[in-house]
Design a protein around this ligand. Structure first.
Ligand code: FES
Ligand SMILES: [Fe+2]
Length: 332
């Protein structure tokens, strides 16, 4: 039985589904909240997302091709162009009208931060705003969309948690000497994110020096971590040198137990190191989290009393409470 992913309230939020770059090589197949979706770029260059079922005989459209912005079904060759409109039926004589239900019923779609965002219902919020996107001092680095065999609930809980740094991230930046988490004070970090700020002394091994811009053995970071419902987390890092590293961690539930993960980075560095090289260290950190979380089965319990928590879990508790309210679940 589904626990959360088929909750209708979740359909009214935006989810990152694909990188814009993926759409250049044909139709993309994704499953969001249990719904199979095909994504392609139409002749106007607009990203289109629709149920991955041809209106004709329900073949998966993602198994077809994209011909100059026209999605071609692999079964009988029906062609879908601008805005998902059926523009040609090869078996029909010229002049025969397209059936009224022969067009794709498209979902709301936006391209932002190099990603295609989809809302399956009627959006009740905007895509979270990242001010650095419009700041010329920053560059954006995108990363692939990967499938994790982890519940979206456990991923968001993990991304809000800093107590695992010295344990899970020993291979990257985690400092095994500093396990204590200072008292957490939650507040609105800005209009879109609710969370906390804190200081961290992080290991700075040679593999981290590209990211930190320093070659000392450790670095002092001022950080914030906050969430935007339902499953988005932003972490900001500011080094004592003024270098900022903003991470947008995006989790898109496929179902209760699997999810897509991608992240976007903004940095005000000198742009000398390639985006690909710069991304490597953060990708290693993500792999450390995935390896840990794939060991934990099931959905994170929603009820507050079901888990033993301590003060370092405060942000996760606040997120869980707000998520249960959004889902209209029993909070006891
Ligand atoms: S099922 Fe797509 S064209 Fe027939
Ligand atoms: Fe982590």
């Amino acid at each position: 039985m589904a626990i959360f992913y088929d909750n209708p309230a979740l359909r009214d939020y935006w989810y990152a589904a694909a990188t814009e770059v993926e759409l250049t090589s044909g139709p993309v197949s994704r499953t969001l909240l249990g719904e199979a979706v095909v994504i392609y770029k139409d002749p106007d260059g607009k990203a289109i997302a629709a149920p991955d079922r041809c209106p004709h005989r329900q073949a998966p459209l993602s198994a077809g091709t994209v011909d100059r912005g026209v999605l071609v079904c692999c079964y009988h060759g029906w062609r879908f162009g601008e805005g998902g409109k059926c523009v040609a039926i090869p078996s029909a004589a010229p002049g025969i009208p397209i059936p009224k239900n022969g067009h794709l019923k498209c979902f709301e779609t936006e391209v932002r931060y190099g990603l295609v965002w989809i809302c399956l219902g009627n959006p009740v919020t905007d895509i979270p705003k990242i001010g650095q996107e419009d700041d010329g001092a920053f560059r954006r680095i995108n990363n692939p969309v990967n499938l994790w065999k982890v519940s979206a609930t456990r991923m968001t809980d993990n991304f809000l948690d800093i107590a695992h740094f010295p344990w899970v991230h020993r291979g990257t930046f985690g400092n095994s000497q500093r396990t204590l988490v200072e008292k957490i004070k939650l507040r609105d970090l800005d209009d879109d994110f609710y969370g906390y700020e804190y200081g961290v002394i992080a290991e700075n091994p040679p593999s981290a020096s590209l990211t930190s811009g320093q070659d000392t053995t450790d670095t002092s970071r001022h950080m914030t971590t906050g969430f935007n419902l339902p499953f988005t987390v932003r972490s900001t890092i500011e080094y004592s040198t003024g270098l900022q590293h903003i991470l947008l961690l995006l989790t898109t539930p496929i179902d209760d137990l699997t999810a897509y993960f991608t992240f976007v980075v903004w940095r005000n560095d000198d742009f000398r190191v390639s985006a690909e090289d710069m991304a490597q260290f953060d990708r290693m950190i993500g792999e450390e989290d995935r390896t840990m979380l794939e060991k934990i089965p099931g959905v994170l319990p929603f009820s507050q009393g079901a888990l033993a928590s301590t003060q370092s879990d405060k942000a996760s508790a606040a997120w869980r409470l707000r998520l249960t309210q959004l889902l209209d679940l029993d909070q006891t």
